[in-house]
Design a protein around this ligand. Structure first.
Ligand SMILES: [Fe+2]
Length: 333
């Protein structure tokens, strides 16, 4: 049974809150580990009306980050590769075509360009930490808000995400199917490592595992917590769906990602590395190298996760190219 959190009897301004101490205990026990339902107060916020979201999209274009506003032809196939949907030319008219077409509008990281959304993200983090009674998973490294606006009945294909997430329904309804991120038969280590090497579609949907998923029905005012790396797919209801997705990157998650990346590299060198979270010392050694190589002032979750391994790959390619040139000069095989 999913834990449900009611927002009644809470201080004004708070986005999430517990109804009683039992709910608080379940929130603490589940956050970052298991999916659970929650009530939120975002649905009536004017920041999430379609006209206001169109303004946010326009601001993204003017700020030179129009690539974070995308319009895609959506689909209905859960097993389709997550990143295979065809992108359309960006146009604000897409907001008016949603009802009678199959469009998926995404405003990625809208909180980076619009202060109102960033304030709200900070409030959600503060609420979450107040409920937990401590910092989130070793300390938040980045939080941002993305908006998903989609035509009726569209399906978001099966995939995994790095961050801990609150998916909050604003308008319309949807079914969110979430799977256990710790189930290594369903989500093998190989798929996680390939995901952290940049293969967005590494997690593969297998119909025989569908019964292991849990369906969370979202209506306006309800949200679901996605634990990091929990495989999921989503089906919209019969109306236009607007959802706010609050992504939280945290130190423990970023470090685990770097351990997976280093393990993949070690595996390619025919070694047999220990999985993350079995040895603090080994994890620390593996992650530190990539953390040192990574950007010191990351501006996106992509920078946090991938900049270290990208620089390492670039360095290794340069070494390979120099070695290959040296071999050809020396006429060695
Ligand atoms: Fe997702």
């Amino acid at each position: 049974m999913a834990a449900t959190f009611a927002s009644e009897h809470t201080d004004a301004g708070h986005q999430f809150a517990v109804f009683d101490e039992g709910d608080r205990d379940r929130f603490i026990a589940s956050f970052g580990d298991r999916a659970f339902l929650l009530h939120h107060r975002l649905a009536d916020n004017p920041l999430f009306s379609l006209p206001r979201l169109a303004v946010a999209a326009e601001r993204m274009i003017h700020a030179g980050i129009g690539n974070r506003f995308s319009v895609r032809d959506g689909g209905y196939d859960v097993a389709k590769p997550y990143s295979s949907e065809v992108e359309r030319p960006k146009s604000l008219s897409a907001f008016e075509e949603l009802r009678d077409s199959a469009l998926f509008i995404k405003l990625s990281n809208v909180s980076a360009v619009d202060r109102d959304y960033d304030d709200l993200c900070q409030e959600v983090v503060a609420d979450t930490e107040a409920l937990l009674g401590h910092t989130i998973l070793g300390g938040v490294t980045m939080v941002h808000l993305s908006m998903f606006i989609a035509s009726p009945h569209l399906v978001t294909p099966y995939h995994i995400d790095h961050d801990a997430n609150f998916l909050c329904q604003i308008s319309g309804e949807k079914d969110v199917y979430l799977f256990d991120p710790h189930d290594r038969e369903l989500l093998p280590t190989d798929e996680i490592e390939r995901f952290y090497l940049g293969e967005t579609n590494a997690a593969r949907y297998r119909e025989e595992f569908q019964p292991r998923g849990r369906c969370f029905r979202l209506v306006p005012g309800m949200g679901v917590h996605h634990p990091p790396l929990a495989p999921h797919w989503v089906r919209n209801g019969s109306d236009i769906s607007i959802s706010a997705s609050i992504h939280i990157c945290a130190r423990d998650l970023d470090r685990r990602a770097h351990v997976h990346q280093m393990n993949r590299i070690l595996r390619k060198a025919r070694l047999h590395p220990r999985p993350p979270e079995q040895s603090q010392l080994l994890d620390s050694i593996k992650a530190s190298g990539l953390e040192l190589l990574g950007k010191s002032h990351p501006t996106s979750s992509r920078d946090i996760i991938y900049s270290g391994v990208d620089r390492l790959a670039k360095g290794l390619n340069q070494v390979r190219s120099v070695a290959s040139r040296a071999r050809s000069w020396a006429h060695l095989p």
